[in-house]
Design a protein around this ligand. Structure first.
Ligand SMILES: NC(=O)c1ccc[n+]([C@@H]2O[C@H](COP(=O)([O-])OP(=O)(O)OC[C@H]3O[C@@H](n4cnc5c(N)ncnc54)[C@H](OP(=O)(O)O)[C@@H]3O)[C@@H](O)[C@H]2O)c1
Length: 263
């Protein structure tokens, strides 16, 4: 049982990375609706500006801090700037990520999507998490939320570059939890199924239980409020994937091929 109280906007501000579109944008708006002062980051400064304007009149507010998460020095500077401008970062949602599908055809194997995915999805999270976690541990409070994916549970078709980055994030959160518990800092891992965003718009297959980004944001905030370690949705889909990953590989691969229509 977690004996810490859920964080409120009175505890400090929130920082959301990857907030220029999709899930991050919806989470930032939902937090501002709940009264949070929200710092938002992404590379797209113009999109962040639109988001700031959209939040005017809400109970809270949104503030733009453009950032490429692959730059660790800039990530530390942005963390420091937010802390100075808006107060302590009580809640941080490390959501920036890219999905680069890989399908090996004709023997071609390009290493670039693998390197890019790891730089953004995994090291990008570490770059932003490090300065926030140091400060939160010194303060003895805070909540770090990492956005992974159900793809991190086990291998899926076309996810050879993406899946390992999300599996690494799940493992990262599990490992860090031991140290953070001692320091009074919470950590959560978010594993969504399919969410309707620009990242999934190009998927050339039917996406089961596809969810709007606004609903995904509500699920994430509810899980944060409950202080769950793992926040995963939609439950029917993600539990099915978890079950598949408990099976022996002799069953796992044929079932995944059948479910995804892989030939
Ligand atoms: N949609 C899904 O079905 C789904 C399912 C499971 C997990 N997820 C995860 O959810 C997160 C959000 O994805 P989404 O679906 O909302 O996709 P999205 O709409 O494409 O949003 C991705 C966000 O990440 C930002 N980003 C990408 N590279 C960046 C970089 N180098 N530095 C800073 N920001 C960067 C993008 O902004 P800029 O391009 O402006 O930098 C954008 O704001 C990702 O981590 C994704 O893996 C999504």
């Amino acid at each position: 049982m977690n004996r810490l109280a859920a964080l409120t906007p009175g505890d400090g501000c929130a920082w959301v990375t990857g907030a220029s579109s999709g899930i991050g944008r919806a989470v930032a708006l939902a937090l501002a609706q709940q009264g949070w002062r929200v710092a938002v980051s992404a590379r797209g400064a113009a999109e962040l500006g639109t988001l700031v304007a959209e939040a005017v009149g809400l109970a809270g507010s949104i503030h733009s801090y453009p950032l490429d998460v692959t730059d660790p020095e800039r990530a530390a500077q942005v963390c420091e700037a937010i802390w100075g401008d808006l107060g302590p970062i009580a809640l941080s949602i490390f959501n920036a990520g890219v999905y680069l599908p890989v399908e090996l055809t004709g023997g071609a194997f390009d290493r670039q999507p693998f390197a890019t995915s790891m730089q953004i999805n995994y090291l990008g999270v570490v770059n932003c998490l490090a300065p926030v976690a140091s400060r939160q541990m010194a303060r003895g409070s805070g909540h770090l939320v990492i956005v992974s994916s159900v793809t991190g549970y086990g291998g899926l078709p076309r996810a050879a570059a993406y899946g390992p980055t999300k599996a690494a994030l799940i493992n990262l959160a599990e490992c860090l939890k031991f140290d953070l518990d001692k320091a009074g800092v919470r950590i959560s891992i978010v594993c969504p199924g399919f969410v309707d965003t620009p990242a999934t718009a190009g998927n050339p297959f039917p996406m089961p239980f596809l969810m709007p980004a606004g609903l995904a944001a509500q699920r994430i905030l509810a899980g944060i409020h409950r202080q769950d370690f793992e926040i995963t949705f939609p439950r029917r889909f993600t539990f099915m994937l978890k079950f598949l990953n408990l099976l022996p590989y002799a069953l796992y691969f044929p079932l995944v091929k059948r479910i995804t229509g892989w030939r």
